[in-house]
Write a protein that binds this ligand. Structure first.
Ligand code: VG1
Ligand code: CO
Length: 595
């Protein structure tokens, strides 16, 4: 196969964000645009003579880009590509195969939760040999190369059918042998799940605990079918939207209350299901709902998982450190303190967990945006694990209550089922619990429940949002008297600012520093306001506003824990909107998504 060298020029803005390079499909379709970036990925990933895996969420333009990667990897001197059949392999599955086979890295063709189709988004993520997303120093190196590129190499005539499971070897002129192995994208992951979780026990459990899994036509469909229908014997009514479609069938594969509205409506309208879940496009995040559509905030989920980790066979030996992204609520910190393990607060983005995991300092971590990682350390960490989370013994026991009422039962004996249980409900438990639920004890926690909310203002004009953040940076640096020490009142509530900053993080393992990761305003009672601009959008700006508070009600007033988070947090939200002058800058009266 001949190699051709193509002259090119740099494109502006090929800078990977929170999770890879994301742009409109039309941007990727410009001549040389995709090739330029792939060249820089192959170069920065030091892939000559190595083996890489290529997968993706099946979105529009993915197959074309797989073909381009095959042609460019051959010309670049990559020894071998392991390619998912039809390009379908979830982000967690890519991570798993990198670790299982000891590969140099992997490319995931996805824009995750962004919509797909010719008029929507495409994206390219790179994962390193530890299976996790490329850290900043690697993505910065890629970006640096994209600003200087003048040529790339490609084998334009190389054709390889990725719809048939087969291994092909090509002789590349002046380079040598190049192998493409097409694999089933689901097999290895299912094997891995079976090695971690007790499938027979879960199969027995879900017989009386029916679940509804909504793949939103993203990559998780085939995994959900294979695991829930095939392995666990759930009925076909347990799954929906399981066919990966190039445009997700018009759905927006972002698993939250707004974009997974169908699932929420179904769950709210029936008693048929005890638990529901929706997944994002590439399968590394999920939303969990309890009975009747009870919403479980991921901040609580990760805290509950950590608090009850001994229920998962993998963690019987103990749990190492815990970590959360900065905007994720501090519920996990309280669990870490109770378990007496290390706790880390990292910037938003899964890449910041990797070093801690590799160093054995971190066992369970999560983000408020519905990503969790469970088992780690031994074989396959680095997975923002979706299907994994849906499988552990965790029973979310709902009561149609807002998340602010949740508590973390603290001393559950091993082998019992973790339960998210409303703080005030009577003991003993209500009689309608499924009889098979292995509940041993419910202990009322002494931990305070926290209320958290995220407001997203999507697709705003970029310039005023940048100006808003710049002004906030000024404020936390002391402009106009700064924020520290100031008191803010809304209705009956008053808060005093203890400290405010623009979050920066020094990685404890390699000393690398990430700055400007979000404005934090921390009140004297521990309540927090956080402002960030999303790093995953393809155009314009998305403002994320996070608020969190702790409420302790007097004995006899426990009913107040039932109050909806938006009501509980209204005063702090109003204060947050005022401090940032958010309405003036964004021109928006309200958020597009609330979680
Ligand atoms: C969002 C989430 C973040 C997550 C990231 C990638 O980033 O907030 O927690 O890690 O998406 O997830 P941002 O910068 O838009 O807030 V995925 O599933 O897109 O790979
Ligand atoms: Co994702």
């Amino acid at each position: 196969v001949p190699v051709v060298t193509v002259a090119t020029k740099p494109f502006e803005g090929q800078k990977p964000g929170t999770s890879g390079l994301r742009k409109a499909v039309k941007v990727f379709q410009q001549e040389h645009y995709t090739e330029n970036f792939i060249h820089c990925v192959l170069e920065a990933g030091k892939t000559v003579g190595q083996t890489l895996v290529v997968g993706g969420d099946g979105r529009y333009y993915g197959e074309e880009v797989v073909a381009t990667i095959i042609r460019m990897a051959a010309a670049h001197g990559v020894a071998k590509l392991v390619v998912a059949k039809a390009g379908i392999m979830s982000t967690p599955a890519v991570s798993a195969i990198i670790r299982e086979r000891g590969l140099c890295g992997g490319i995931v063709l996805t824009a995750s939760h962004n919509p797909g189709g010719p008029d929507a988004d495409f994206g390219i993520k790179y994962n390193c040999s530890n299976g996790g997303p490329a850290p900043d120093h690697v993505t910065n190196a890629m970006y640096g190369l994209t600003t200087q590129i003048s040529q790339y190499k490609i084998c334009p005539s190389l054709v390889c059918d990725i719809h048939i499971i087969q291994t092909s070897v090509f002789q590349v002129d002046g380079v040598g042998d190049f192998t493409v192995e097409v694999v089933d994208g689901v097999d290895g992951y299912v094997r891995l799940m079976k090695s971690i979780f007790d499938f027979p026990a879960i199969a027995a459990f879900i017989k009386s605990f029916p679940v509804l899994m909504d793949s939103l036509n993203g990559v998780t469909g085939p995994y959900v079918e294979r695991i829930f229908l095939g392995e666990l014997g759930a009925p076909p009514s347990s799954v929906r939207n399981t066919k990966p479609l190039p445009d997700f069938g018009g759905l927006h594969p972002d698993p939250n209350l707004t974009y997974a509205a169908d699932l929420v409506a179904t769950m709210r309208g029936t008693d048929l299901y005890k638990m529901g879940a929706a997944f994002d496009g590439d399968g590394d995040r999920n939303m969990i709902l309890g009975e009747r559509g009870f919403f479980v905030t991921p901040c609580d989920s990760v805290a509950v998982i950590a608090n009850n980790a001994s229920c998962i066979p993998y963690f019987r030996g103990g749990v190492g450190g815990l970590a959360r992204s900065m905007p994720t609520s501090c519920a996990l910190d309280r669990v870490a303190a109770a378990l007496k393990v290390e706790m880390f607060e990292v910037p938003t983005g899964w890449k910041y967990f990797g070093n801690l995991m590799d160093a054995g300092r971190l066992a369970i971590c999560g983000e408020e945006s519905f990503g969790y990682s469970l088992p780690s350390g031994r074989v396959y960490p680095q997975v923002q694990s979706t299907l994994r989370y849906s499988l552990p013994s965790g029973t979310v026991y709902p009561h149609h209550l807002p998340s602010s009422t949740l508590t973390y039962p603290h001393h559950l004996p091993p082998s019992s089922t973790p339960i998210i249980y409303p703080h005030h409900l009577p003991h003993p438990l209500p009689h309608h619990l499924p009889s098979s639920t292995p509940i041993s004890t419910i202990t009322y926690s002494h931990h305070l429940p926290s209320s958290t909310l995220r407001y997203d203002y999507e697709n705003c004009a970029a310039e005023p949002c940048g100006a808003m953040v710049a002004r906030l940076r000024g404020l936390v640096d002391g402009v106009d008297g700064g924020l520290t020490g100031k008191s803010f009142v809304d209705g009956e509530k008053s808060y005093t600012v203890d400290r405010a900053d623009d979050f920066s993080y020094t990685d404890p393992i390699d000393g690398s520093v990430a700055t400007q990761q979000g404005i934090r305003v921390i009140m004297t009672d521990g309540s927090r306001i956080v402002y960030r601009l999303s790093g995953t959008g393809s155009s314009g700006a998305t403002v994320r506003l996070y608020v969190e508070s702790y409420e302790r009600y007097e004995d006899g007033q426990e009913d107040r824990y039932l109050t909806d988070s938006q009501t509980v947090l209204r005063p702090l939200l109003n204060i947050a909107l005022n401090i940032a002058q958010l309405k003036q800058y964004t021109g928006r009266d309200g958020p597009t998504v609330v979680t």
